[in-house]
Each structure stands twice: as structure tokens, then as C-alpha cells.
Design a protein around this ligand. Sequence first.
Ligand code: FAD
Length: 488
Amino acid sequence: MSPRSNPTRHLQKLLGPEQVRTDHESRYTASMDNLRYSILPEAVLFPADEEAVATILRMANDTGQPVTPRGAGSATTGATSPVQGGWVLDLSGWKQLHVDPLSRMAYCQPGVVLSRLDEVASIHGLLYAPDPGSARYATVGGTIATNAGGLRGAKYGVTRDYVQALEGFLPTGEFVRWGADLRKFAAGFNLRDLWIGSEGTLGVITGAVLRLLPRPLTRKSCLAVFPGHREALLAVQQILQSGLEPAAMEFLDAQTLHCTLTFWQEKEASLLRHLPPCLQAAPATAAVLLIEFDGSEEATATDLRTVTGLLQDAAIGFATAANGNERESLWKIRRSCSQAMFTLGPRKLNEDVVVPLRKEAALLDFLEELGKETGLPTPTFGHAADGNFHAHLMFDDADEEASRRAAEGVDALMRKVIELGGAISGEHGIGMAKSPYLRLQHGDAEIRAMQAVKSALDPANILNPGKIWTSCEVHRLPRETVRLPWDH
Ligand SMILES: Cc1cc2nc3c(=O)[nH]c(=O)nc-3n(C[C@H](O)[C@H](O)[C@H](O)COP(=O)(O)OP(=O)(O)OC[C@H]3O[C@@H](n4cnc5c(N)ncnc54)[C@H](O)[C@@H]3O)c2cc1C
């Protein structure tokens, strides 16, 4: 039997059934990410070592078999769905981790989960700063491949800012190392940064050296309620111009706030008892800022006093978290926003758009109008210090007319974002869901340059094909009703 006639069977003979699984359960689990668009792969591969990764990629090249790298599968864009079938290369079991407190670097295999990395860093008094809402599930490999952001991005930036060096395999199966575990490196092209955010299309990451920071001693959180989104977003500008540097500054519009409070009311009303009364009594139009400072006890206390003074006129409600419980309850509210949206409709189109800081209010004005025009809820929350908002259109996909209005609404949103000088994605990437809008963001020359890089590194187009450049109608894709690990 030649590899070409049945590559999966051939690979199974070479690597054994433990590394090459073809049972339905393994294939179904690997068939989707958080977009829940399921395409069954032919096999799910759990390579035991680097030699196995090289073997897999070399055989995929010879036979034209698509290969989709996979971490936790928490991407929201379909980036991890094996849309052209073939093999899913699951590296979530690669979990070795070592922290060097002298160089403040972490040596990680790609399957290390972010919360574990931060936990081990904390033993050495260090911090791994990127903290996506999925940190308890998302892996080092997946977060590098999507350049994930998070709540602490206001002060600490995104994953790219912490990747010192990468190693892994080109789609052709050749081993490469980009950068080094050195504090400086200027030898040759920086292809490390090309891999970051390339959504598993340019290489398979099998090792990463990540930068760690001294762990802040204290965190202090507060919450401010404003009459509406304009007042809240004006306050964001005042805070940023005052010289304060919040670690996190999260915005919740009125729709988000109220659906999240309703969600908790129904799920676990006791949580609401830990929330400040000003939040629960917020009027129907109110928008909220959740702000956190970190640093020394003295510095955070000063920051909190300064922000209290700054906001005292504009805010109609203000509260600081007096203890760990109150702080945790506040951030629990923020972390549950995404799931709470489903109280407004069974399906959502979720965009993570970015606008210049001065255009934040214009974006929220637009979304309010869009809600009226489409007749659909448009709850929006996000990272206000970065201009990065998670804007949603909620609809019932059993209703053809509502689905059409949702799709047109997203199209209008993306055009508006570009008109405002923004970006169609700030942290989730393109995958399948944003692919129809890539050409709004990039001109022909830019797209050709990206495709030329792809062809140079992946001449047989085997690595995560069908993403980024292949446009799809995401609102028409069927969505599995399966429960995923991060669903509460
Ligand atoms: C509840 C929830 C909250 C979220 N919050 C945030 C947030 O705050 N910020 C944010 O940015 N995102 C967020 N996300 C999205 C998601 O968690 C991130 O995109 C994360 O980076 C994906 O990590 P993963 O391990 O699940 O990767 P996967 O979904 O498995 O893979 C993501 C992409 O990376 C590629 N890939 C995976 N491993 C490798 C590897 N070893 N080598 C090469 N390519 C690889 C895949 O092919 C795919 O294209 C959230 C998702 C959920 C479900």
C-alpha cells in the first residue's frame, strides 16, 4: 500500500493507533472550535515527539493531506475547524514547562495552559501577563498562533509582546528556530513575529520561550456607572490622559450590563449580593467601567484616589472592591458577559473590532443605531483602553429574515470600523468568521504579499487550508449545540 492511496492508514502503521486516532469521539471533539462549526477530520493525531511531527508533515506534503494544528480549540472564528477535513494535529498534551527566574523566561511546550503557566510563574514572584478570558483552557501554542489579548492588555499588551523565541516545524516538515532565549537578538529576518498570529497556517509551534514580568504585589478594582456610553467613554479618555495606567479598563454597554445581571439573577442570585448597590440600581441606559490598578500597596491606593477624584462628576455611581470576594464578583460579571448574551437571542455574530481611542463613542453610537435599524440586540463590551470592543448581533437562526438582518448588520459594522480608521479584529484573528471582511482591511498588494509568504513556506498548501483568504457566509454555518469546557 502506498501512502498516497490511504495516508491515514499508512500513518497509523508508522506511528501506531494511539498517535493516530480515527474513532468518532476523537474526531468529533477535534471537529470544531468555539464557533461550533463541525467538520469531521479523517484522523486526530497526537504525536509523541518531534520526530513524529516531522513524519506527519512530510507525509502530508507528499499526499496533499490538510493538517490543522490544535490546542484547546477555544478559538471563536472557526480557525481550528478542519474545514477541508484531513488531519487534526493535537498538541494539547505537550505540557512541559520550566521557569528560569534569572532570565525571567518560561520554556513551554505548546499544550501548556495559560493559567498553569501563570501559576508556576507566581511561585517565582513572576507574572505571565497575557490573560484572555479563556486563560483556564487556552494553550501557549493556540494563544501565540492567534496573538491573543486579554483584560490586562490595557497595561501589558498582547501575546506578541511576550514571545521571546519559537521553535517548531515548517509545513514541509523541516525543523526551525526563530529568535533565541537571549535578551537581544538581531541576527537575520524576524520570522518569529510572522508565526505569531498566523493562525496555524505558516508553521507548527512545538516550543516557546516566553517573557515573564515581576508580579505586582497588589491589585485594586473599582467600578463606575455612567448615565450612558458617551459619558463612560469620555471618562476613558480623561483617565488615559491623566497619566494613570490601569492594568485593565473594561467597558460594558447598557445591553450587556442588563443581560449579565439577568443571567446571574437566574443562575446564582447570591453573587448579586456581593455587587455594589449602584450597579444593581443602574438605570436602563447606564454604561459601566470596571477598572483595575496593580502595583505596590501605596501606588494602587494613590491610583484609586486619583481615579475617584477624576470620575466624581461624571459617574452616577462609584464603588471600590473592599476585599477579594467583592473584587472577584466584579470580574466574574465581566467574564460572564459573553455567555450572558444568550439571554438576548439563541445565536450571536461576535466581532472583536478595534477603533482609535477618539472614535470609541462614534462606534457605540453606530451600534446603538444599528440595533434600531436591524431590530436586533447589539450588546457590546470590551477593552476600552485599547479601543477593542466585542460587538454582537443577537438573532434567531431559525428565522431567515433575522439571520439576513444580522449578516447585513455585521457587514455594515465592518465597513464603519474601517471608515473610523479601525481594524476588523483586535485579538480573535480572521479564521473563517472574519474572512469575508479581510479585503475591507487590506488592499490587493497586501493580500498578494501575505499569500506569497504562505506559498513560500507552505508550497503544497497543507497547513490549515481554507482559512483567512477563503470567504464564507458564517451566519449560514450550522452550529453544534454541544457543551464545551468553558460553558458554565
Ligand atoms: C470563553 C472564551 C473567552 C475568550 N477570551 C478571549 C480573550 O479575552 N482574548 C482573546 O484573544 N481570545 C479570547 N478567546 C478566544 C481563544 O481563547 C483564543 O483565540 C486562544 O488563543 C485560543 O487558544 P487555543 O489553545 O484554544 O487554540 P485553538 O483554538 O486550539 O487554536 C487557535 C489557532 O491556533 C492554531 N494553533 C493551535 N496550536 C498551534 C500550534 N502548536 N502551532 C501552530 N498553530 C497552532 C490553530 O490551528 C488555530 O488556528 C476566548 C474564547 C473563549 C471560548
